[in-house]
Structures are given as structure tokens and as C-alpha cells.
Write a protein that binds this ligand. Sequence first.
Ligand code: C2O
Ligand code: CU
Ligand code: CU
Length: 420
Amino acid sequence: KVEGGTIYYTIHAQVGETRILDGKATRTWGYNGSLLGPLIQYESGKHYHLTLVNELPEVTTWHWHGLNIPGPIEDGGPHAPVQPGESKEIEFDVHQPTMTAWLHPHPCPHTAEQVWRGLAAPVTVVNPLDNLPQLPHDWGIDDIPVIFQDRTFHDNQWDYQADYDMDGTLGDTALVNGTANAEFTVTRPWLRLRVLNGANRRELRLNTDKNIVMTQIASDGGFLPHAVPLTKIMLTTAERAELLLDLSAYKKGDQLLLKADDTVILTLTVGEFTEDNRVELPSKLKEIDRGFTGGVDHQVIMSGMDDAVKINGKLYDMTRIDDRQEIGKNEIWDVSNTNDDMPGMGMIHPFHMHGMEFLVLSRNGKEPYPNELGYKDTIAVNPGEHVRLLVEFNVAGIFMYHCHILEHEDTGMMAQIEVF
Ligand code: C2O
Ligand code: CU
Ligand code: CU
């Protein structure tokens, strides 16, 4: 509904059933549906009013992962609980570049289980000021979500408790958009994939059976400065990538298999090309100034595995402010993953910050990877690594930062910053 310049959305978190394997019903949770949710699209510069309705049997929150909106209530972290049977109204303005975000619950310590049950939805922001030629943008036709997750089926049901792993719950079956053995018919020569790793823990190493070039045009926070051609792309949980696939040389009936490691997750079959959607991709997609030098203003040390995970030696406490930063100020964050107490071991911790999109200045003092040169909100930090981030907040409030292995987050591998 649109009224006087405000756009209204109502989003129900609800319980349902979805036929995923062999046409048999699996009990699932979803937003405005039985599993995951339809696209929620925001336009930069507009004002939104949301009604959040909790029809689940337990408390939940609506977190807008990637939206730069005030915290902690609008942002939907653990400070913004909605009790079962209740609803909450929030309002915010969206001001940011064209990008792909997502919606998921964040009720510490039940984030992991609620996402596992199916709560996650694709979110996009469209900003008319992003001065690019018309890239594929017809949702479901040449612009499609690829939400990667993994689940184990027990007699067709998901059983989070049975499969629970402190270091991140894994499943044995790959799903794309809640579908096993997903298929899509391609009807235009260019296909824009909005890939989201929506898994609780599993890393996604995306590749194709023909090793074709996938051109990455955007990361978490919007367009990259330059398109990056890749045959393989690695996304840790919560990371996003927009990829352009050029299938113009394919003939009707040809297939391309998208794989996560060696597992086929999505079969693309070329149909009849009905319209040519190719455009000239400019050599520069976006002007991004990464030339900032200065000392480290904030330290984040991620450590441990299992139940020993910590940030700066501490577990999350909602009543404690761990750090502060002034609005509109550029500051350098040094984020590390120490394995000093277990040399040669440790695991990747995907580090995520709420409330803004950051730039990656360096990895262990070196240039970041070419597809990390745009804005991001989640970044893989390998054992022993130091990643330097340039962080600027443009909205005030209390924001979380945490490991995005959801079980680590629930254990308390999370902290919060007050932006003033
Ligand atoms: Cu995607 Cu604090 O989360
Ligand atoms: Cu987030
Ligand atoms: Cu972690």
C-alpha cells in the first residue's frame, strides 16, 4: 500500500508446510508464505512503514541484513523482540545504493534455529542514481535469487536439535530457494544471479560444470568498482554476490549446471530467447575511494571454536556497550581471527557488522581480493588473518557485530557498538 509518500508492507512470520522432497510435506517457517519469502524491494529515497506480525509459537525479530537503517529497533536485532501473537510497527527511510540484502530473524540465542526452520527472504534496494545501463532486472525472468542452504531430512522433516552442531549446523542436502534439484529455464541471453549464502555455517564454493566465466558485478553492499570475471566464487554465510552469466552462445535445450563444490544445486536450461537483454558493461561500474590511511581505531579479535568462541575475550551481553563510534566519521577496524591457542587449527569466522556497509582496506597488510573492492557487510576472516575495514556509520543507534556462523552468534560470539 502506498499513501502520502509512505510505502506500507506487512510481513507475517508464519508456520507452514512445504513439499520439498518427493512431493512430501516438510514443516517449515516462512515470511508471508510457508518457506523463505517473496522478494521485498526498497527504493532508495523512500519512506517505509512496516507491520511485523509474529504468528510463530515463539519470540522472533525481523533483521534487515545489509540495510543501513537506525538501530536497534528498526534494525531488528535482539533488542526488538516481537512476542508470539503480537505485532510491531516500524518506520524508516532507505538511503543507499542498489544492492542485495536479506531479511532474517535475530532473537539471540535462537537465530540459528529460526533460520534453519526457513525464515529468510531476499531483499533488494534499487537506487535510480546508480548510473549504469539497464542491467537485467526482471525478477524471476532474467534477475533471479539463488539462496543457498543445506538441510538434512529426517523422514521428510527438519530436526534442528538432532542435527545441531556448536560450530554451525550442516545439512546433507543442498537447497536453492528452498528447492532440492532446482531448475530454471533461461529465456534471455544474460542472466543476473543474486547469490546469497543463507546457510547456517557451510561455505559456498560456486562453480559450473563448464567452468564458464561468471562476471561478478556486485558484492554485499552494491556494485563493485569493476566487474570481476570468475569461474569459481566463494561466499561464506550471509555474503552476497551478483553475477552476470552470458548464455548467448547457448542453443535451445542446452544446460548449464551450477554447483556448490561438486554438488549440482541449480540446473539452467536454455529455452527460447525472447528478448535480447545484453548491454555494454562500462569498464567502471562505480567510483569507490579506498584511499584512506590512519591508525587502528577499533580492534575485534575473534577466537575459539565450539563453546569457547569469543569476541575480544567476551561473550555477548545485551546490556553492555562494547564500543562507540561517531556518526559520519571514517574509522579503521582491525578484525582478526586468532588461533594462537591452537596453532594450525581454527576455522573461518565470517565477520558481519550491522548498520552500514564497510570497505576492505587490506588482508594481512595486502590488497584484498578483486571482488572485495566494493562495499560489504560480511567478510571471511581466516585463522591467523587480520582484515582492516574502513567503517563509516550514517545512522545512529546500537548495532551488533558478530560471527555469522549462526550457532557461534547464538553462543555469544557477538558484541555491540553505539553510534552517536
Ligand atoms: Cu545477518 Cu546480525 O545478522
Ligand atoms: Cu545483519
Ligand atoms: Cu564463528
